[in-house]
Design a protein around this ligand. Sequence first.
Ligand code: FAD
Ligand code: UDP
Length: 375
Amino acid sequence: MAKTQFDYLIVGAGFAGSVLAERLATDLNKRVLLIDRRPHIGGNAYDYVNDDGILIHQYGPHIFHTNSQRILDYLSRFTKWRAYEHRVLADVDGQLLPIPINLSTLNKLYGLNLDSAQAEKFLAERAEPVAEIKTSEDVVINQIGTELYEKFFRGYTKKQWGLDPSELDKSVTSRVPTRTNSDDRYFLDEFQQMPLDGYTAMFEKMVEHPNISIMLDVDYRTVKSTAEFRHLIFTGPIDEYFDYCFGKLPYRSLEFRHVTVDKPKFQSVAVVNYPDEHVEHTRITEYKYLTGQVHEKTALTYEIPQAEGDPYYPIPRPQNAELYKKYQALADATPDVTFVGRLATYKYYNMDQVVGQALATYQRLATAEPNSNLA
Ligand code: FAD
Ligand code: UDP
């Protein structure tokens, strides 16, 4: 490959890398080389039309939700939106029940007719107070007690993470807090919507700029000796960047089993969760609910957790945080490289949080630029 001259080499064309490429190219007129070892842009949010003509998400369901007007406004430069509020059912005791647990979950599961105040009392009687809430088991048992924990959380969490909830940080199951009202939405964020033409179309608009060159299907290792650049932005796994010098940081992987079914509708909501430990998959997603697409067939994805494979989830637990700190210290001592994104900062971040992190990183980089008027 011929020698090229760029201000920035950005490794990874997911949210972290694409937002930074767009900001640096558009606002600072920087020349950016954006690369990804996958054959597409969009990172884990990549979607595409499958052989049957149905828009699906290659790496499992991605639902956009945020409380940040700023992040929404930023992304709205690249896409229109379709209103969508996510609802999930869990297959428990032979019934499909709303999750997060809410008033109707309790009433359906136990054949009751409680109101909110009664549901609060019902849960308070079952809650088992934990003095210091540290783990993903503590946080649930403390709120709703062992029985509901075992029905809805234990099996799902053991499958998803390959660990008992007592071995995981409280932040993991805290993502799905129980309510005593009848709001059955999965997220409570102010803004909940899907990019109207899909994520990939949004990414295409974001990185379409004469200053941005894109190379796909290429690993950083093969580009680093030939590409000329002043500064590197790395959004892949941080332990890989440093050749695993402190040992491997654990990331959880998934197998995505995509199928098309020859009928218009498969299930009654976009996602059904399977907390039963003996069922291999954790959830089934039916995309037409997310995209609003009308089609005579329907496309599904089964998610089957794996120990090995592409890194999808940092695993929040104390020993992993300790190991990450060592890599972070090394990153801090490597000023010509900026680490950003879910894999490079080892954070269980949603898409909007990664966008927020990338925009904040841009501000820091822009301020440090010699001709910056942002300083
Ligand atoms: P990524 O999207 O992982 O992008 C990193 C890119 O870097 C990858 O494309 C990778 O190929 C590339 N790369 C890595 N190393 C190299 C290398 N050495 N050379 C070249 N390229 C490299 N968030 C939500 O807000 N809502 C959801 O509903 C939601 N659902 C999710 C469901 C699943 C199954 C998963 C796994 C995640 C979900 N997320 C969701 C989280 C969301 O995917 C992430 O927050 C976001 O995509 C992270 O963006 P990123 O740029 O940090 O990382
Ligand atoms: N969880 C669970 N049962 C459920 C849904 C979630 O035990 O029905 C737990 C599980 O540990 C999961 C975590 O809560 O990994 C976070 O769930 P979320 O839906 O946010 O996971 P993600 O979409 O990030 O995979």
